[in-house]
Ligand binder design. Structure first.
Ligand SMILES: [Zn+2]
Ligand SMILES: [Zn+2]
Ligand SMILES: [Zn+2]
Length: 105
């Protein structure tokens, strides 16, 4: 297998984090080291705190409560109303709308 203009034995071309041989799986390079998709996302990807999926380069997102969120995922934990650009409150890392801010969760 040829990668990075160097030749690796298939079993030597491993994810730098979990040491699993990458073989034919998708991988990403970071600082000259290959990472499997899972580890790359864990270490370098930005995950949405609302849905737990990766925020892709083209996705609209916002940062709040110390986390990143897809704009569509930043909703009240109780009524799911979108809180982007609105006044919101938070409880246990979850955004809440004004009406639910003081309701028991
Ligand atoms: Zn890995
Ligand atoms: Zn999301
Ligand atoms: Zn609400």
């Amino acid at each position: 297998m040829h990668a990075l203009k160097m030749t690796y034995h298939v079993q030597c071309f491993k994810c730098a984090a979990c040491k699993t041989p990458i073989r034919n799986q998708a991988f990403y390079m970071e600082e000259g080291e290959p990472y499997c998709e899972k580890d790359y996302e864990k270490m370098f990807g930005t995950k949405c705190h609302g849905c737990d999926f990766k925020i892709d380069a083209g996705d609209r997102f916002l940062e709040a409560l110390g986390y990143s969120w897809h704009d569509t995922c930043f909703v009240c934990a109780l009524c799911q109303i979108n809180l982007e650009g609105k006044t919101f409150y938070s409880k246990k890392d979850k955004p809440l709308c004004k009406g639910h801010a003081f309701a028991p969760v």
